[in-house]
Design a protein around this ligand. Structure first.
Ligand code: FES
Length: 210
């Protein structure tokens, strides 16, 4: 039957492709629901990405950025002996302030041990005590080679690489130290305090290039 207003009946409209949909009909409600679900998911995804992408970049970024460094000249090798000597020096080009503390021991004519003062628990500065090392923050203790003997530190104290040039001792980058049997050696990786160098847990921490 023709609509008195000149339009179509509900049955006629439902049978035509792309026909007008009554906003109050079930089909329209489903379409609105889908649309709103899509918008909600889309906005949720954008907000989630806005929060997580910078956080992930902040966490992993340093893993892909090399360190700026240079050899620091610590003077004549004859300044050092078999006792640890604490040395404060600056690293970084162009006068850039990057203060480091090393405990340096001369083990032979061209052999040195250069241990960093950063505790391998949470990074407090350790001090020498009777030829060994102690951390004042949480009681971490290390032996004369920087091996942990007590308390919460997870690994030996870091060590600096060194070289001798013109009779002077030069320190370079600092690396994580590893225990190999009775020996402690300077590894080729850098890790922050609290991070394992060996074992399964070491895979949890990305290693920045050096
Ligand atoms: S920071 Fe050294 S023991 Fe905690």
């Amino acid at each position: 039957m023709a609509d008195p207003s000149g339009g179509h009946t509900g049955n006629e409209g439902a049978g035509a492709a792309g026909a007008h949909v009554d906003p109050a009909s079930a089909r329209a409600a489903v379409s609105r629901g889908r649309f709103l679900t899509g918008v909600t998911l889309g906005l949720g995804g954008i907000l989630g990405a806005a929060i997580t992408v910078p956080a992930i970049g902040f966490a992993l970024g340093p893993s892909f950025v090399g360190e700026e460094w240079y050899w620091a000249d610590l003077g004549s090798v004859d300044l050092y002996n078999e006792e640890y000597t604490p040395v404060i020096f600056e690293r970084g080009p162009g006068g850039h302030l990057d203060r480091r503390v090393a405990f340096i021991r001369r083990d032979g004519p061209d052999a040195f041990t250069a241990i960093s003062n950063t505790c391998m628990h949470l990074g407090c500065p350790v001090v020498t005590r009777g030829g060994a090392f102690a951390c004042p923050c949480h009681g971490g203790q290390y032996d004369s080679e920087g091996r942990r003997t007590l308390g919460p530190p997870v690994r030996p104290l870091n060590r600096f690489e060194f070289k001798i040039e013109g009779g002077n001792l030069l320190l370079g980058r600092v690396f994580a130290a590893e225990e190999r049997g009775d020996e402690v050696i300077t590894s080729k990786v850098w890790k922050d305090p609290g991070q394992q160098v060996e074992g399964l847990l070491s895979f949890l921490y990305p290693t920045p290039p050096r």
